[in-house]
Design a binder for this molecule. Structure first.
Ligand code: CP3
Length: 367
């Protein structure tokens, strides 16, 4: 729970003149999320900070573990800004990771280079009882400091996105103990003992709600919820473990700050995407690469959409990349559309191709 003395208006770190100079009217991204028509679609790229950038690899090499990087505000701030300096995206996304929540709950989380995340798996009520909500906010204090630094460093044209994993996706890592091919462990547990999985999801939802409210207090202007594995559940389980926890998070965030835009990324949810949009109450939906443009355009009539360029095109470039990007720009246009990828930038992406894509978006609709 956040106490009223930490709202940005009253925070000692922010004076009224800074807040006033950060007028929302300057930000294309905030305006589009607010339903306004703009000169060209705003753009940012999921995982825009990361290993494809040599300057990121330099900082990463000078830092102990990946989590140390997430919890060192000066460095986390620097790597957030690296892609903004190169490409001038319309939004910066906080540098952190969705797995700081299990870490803050007391689960052992490590990142093994080349292998991805490793967690001591939670697979029983007893293991679940070892986790504690009590230290979540104090543990994540460095992340709030990173946001505070970023709010001062960014100009009013560049919005700041805070984020978290959606509860289902975070729970998959907590139970599987890392990345998974088939999610057999968490799905079997959910089908066998749904009430135990409810308790896990409830704990993650509460921790995430507190975390996101504090991100907003620190200066995050938009929230994105990454539900990377929303698409692995059967339809009847999507309501219980994807839609309802997301709805509760949205309600908690809106109770804290009514006008904050919330973008949901229910990856590979397919035909259930419109239901997800209606029932969760999110403000905008990020679409993966599999979504066809007619479906996207139909969704766009009722909601702001974001996505869905295939990130592998950033390793290929040339006409393949340009044709795909222009097709989306021409079809989805300068209202209720945020240019982005269908999933994160990969380490093999070329910084030069990212530059060409950024220029193409900035020059649209001129050819
Ligand atoms: O630039 C940004 O988008 C902000 C930072 C960010 C990271 N992870 C940094 C990161 C964000 C928004 C994430 C989200 C995230 N993390 C997701 C959801 C989005 C998605 O890609 O599906 C997920 C599932 C994770 C969990 C995670 N973190 C995995 C599976 C891995 C290993 C695989 C990989 O890409 O390396 C990570 C590590 C990670 N998170 C790295 C970065 C830059 C690479 C680690 C390193 O630099 O050593």
């Amino acid at each position: 729970m956040t106490d009223a003395s930490t709202t940005p208006e009253q925070s000692p770190h922010r004076d009224a003149s800074i807040a006033a100079s950060k007028s929302k009217a300057d930000s294309r991204f905030l305006r589009v999320l607010n339903g306004e028509t703009v000169d060209r679609p705003p753009f940012w790229f999921m995982r825009q900070a990361g290993r494809y950038l040599p300057e990121y690899r330099d900082i990463r090499a000078q830092t102990g573990s990946f989590l140390d990087l997430c919890y060192t505000p000066k460095k986390a701030c620097e790597v957030t800004l690296q892609p903004i300096r190169r490409y001038g995206m319309d939004a910066a996304i906080l540098f952190s990771d969705i797995l700081v929540i299990p870490d803050a709950l007391g689960q052992n989380v490590t990142f093994v280079t080349g292998e991805g995340p490793k967690l001591d798996p939670i697979r029983s009520g007893e293991a679940l009882a070892m986790l504690s909500i009590d230290n979540v906010e104090s543990h994540l204090e460095p992340v709030f400091e990173t946001i505070d630094r970023l709010s001062s460093a960014l100009d009013s044209k560049t919005a700041l996105i805070g984020f978290a994993g959606a509860p289902w996706t975070v729970a998959t890592y907590m139970v599987e103990g890392g990345s998974s091919k088939d999610f057999a462990t968490i799905k079997a547990w959910a089908f066998r003992e749904p009430d135990a999985v409810d308790r896990l999801i409830e704990l993650v939802t509460e921790a995430t709600a507190r975390y996101l409210c504090r991100q907003i207090d620190a200066g995050a202007q938009v929230i994105q919820l990454f539900d990377t594995w929303a698409g692995v559940l059967p339809e009847e389980a999507v309501e219980r473990w994807v839609i309802q926890p997301t709805r509760r998070l949205v309600d908690r965030i809106r109770a804290h700050r009514a006008d904050i835009p919330i973008i949901g990324f229910p990856r590979q949810l397919g035909a259930l995407t419109p239901t997800y949009c209606e029932r969760t109450g999110i403000s905008a939906v990020s679409l993966d690469t599999s979504v066809d443009l007619n479906f996207a355009a139909a969704l766009q009539e009722n909601t702001v959409i974001q996505g869905n360029l295939d990130p592998i095109l950033l390793t290929v470039g040339g006409e393949a990349m340009k044709t795909a990007a222009r097709r989306r720009l021409d079809r989805l246009g300068n209202q209720r559309y945020v240019f982005n990828l269908g999933h994160g930038i990969t380490p093999a992406a070329s910084p030069e191709i990212v530059s060409e894509l950024s220029a193409l978006i900035r020059d649209w609709p001129a050819r």
